[in-house]
Design a protein around this ligand. Structure first.
Ligand SMILES: C[S@@+](CC[C@H](N)C(=O)[O-])C[C@H]1O[C@@H](n2cnc3c(N)ncnc32)[C@H](O)[C@@H]1O
Length: 236
């Protein structure tokens, strides 16, 4: 277990684009309490922090949230749309039982080459199938391959304009009582900006309104990190 580190010096305590909701001090405090992050995940986070697109990575406290959610739904078979350098997929695979599995979708061989390296280091390569290609096609393939209503958990964290498509293609793959988690649903606050014209923010605002009324799920948008929506597929 790592000791609590001073807020001013640890990586978690650095001001990040994702700390706008709680402020840097509270965000740093919350992240400083993530004390038993496996060493492999800490190294992955530190390597990714040097990447020009580092802000795309989920933070350590979100990884811990996933660990809790995966445990609560008893997850064995999961899906990830948007792998990047692999933080969320590695957290997920580590949290699953030995016979658990992650279907991981991304378009970038370059980003996911980092992920593959860390999956190997974490000893979870056998628990993850990477499908390189547009996620919408992969999701259709998974359904055609017979994975319908069999996944316990899905995490959607890729191109924002396609979130609704990913949601609609993921829902039939999820078992009743399973969970879909959608990231960046506050879009750095842009979803409440009346003058916003950026297509991703407009798409997520529309999806938030749709999810609120969607009778197939019970969805709640948690105002943590950059807005994390939990869409729980109604059992039966
Ligand atoms: C926000 S990052 C994912 C971050 C990751 N979940 C993590 O914890 O580090 C978004 C990823 O979506 C991928 N992506 C973008 N468009 C995609 C598409 N059409 N299909 C699949 N993946 C896509 C990008 O290559 C990028 O790696």
């Amino acid at each position: 277990m790592r000791p609590l580190s001073p807020l001013s010096t640890n990586l978690e305590g650095m001001p990040t684009e994702k700390s706008y909701l709680a402020g840097d001090v509270i965000t740093g405090y919350v992240r400083s309490l993530v004390v038993n992050e496996p060493d492999v995940l800490r190294r992955l986070r530190e390597e990714t922090a040097l990447h020009p697109d580092a802000v795309m990575q989920i933070p350590a406290d979100q990884g811990l949230l996933f660990e809790v959610l995966l445990g609560l739904v008893g997850a064995k078979k999961t899906l990830e749309v948007g792998v990047f350098t692999g933080y969320s997929s590695t957290v997920t695979a580590l949290a699953l039982p030995p016979d658990g599995h992650v279907f991981a979708c991304d378009v970038s061989d370059e980003f996911t080459s980092v992920a593959r390296r860390y999956w190997a280091e974490a000893g979870v390569s056998d628990k993850i199938t990477l499908r390189l290609g547009p996620a919408a096609e992969t999701l259709k393939q998974l359904l055609a391959e017979g994975h319908g209503a069999s996944l316990d958990f899905a995490f959607i964290d890729a191109d924002k304009e396609a979130y609704d498509t990913y949601y609609e293609l993921t829902l039939p793959l999820i078992r009743p009582g399973g969970l879909i988690v959608l990231d960046n649903m506050l879009r750095h606050g842009e979803v409440v900006n009346p003058n916003v014209s950026e297509p991703g923010s407009l798409a997520l605002r529309k999806l938030n309104e749709k999810l609120a009324r969607d009778t197939r799920v019970r969805a709640v948008l948690l105002p943590v990190i950059d807005g994390v929506t939990l869409a729980w597929k109604k059992p039966g």
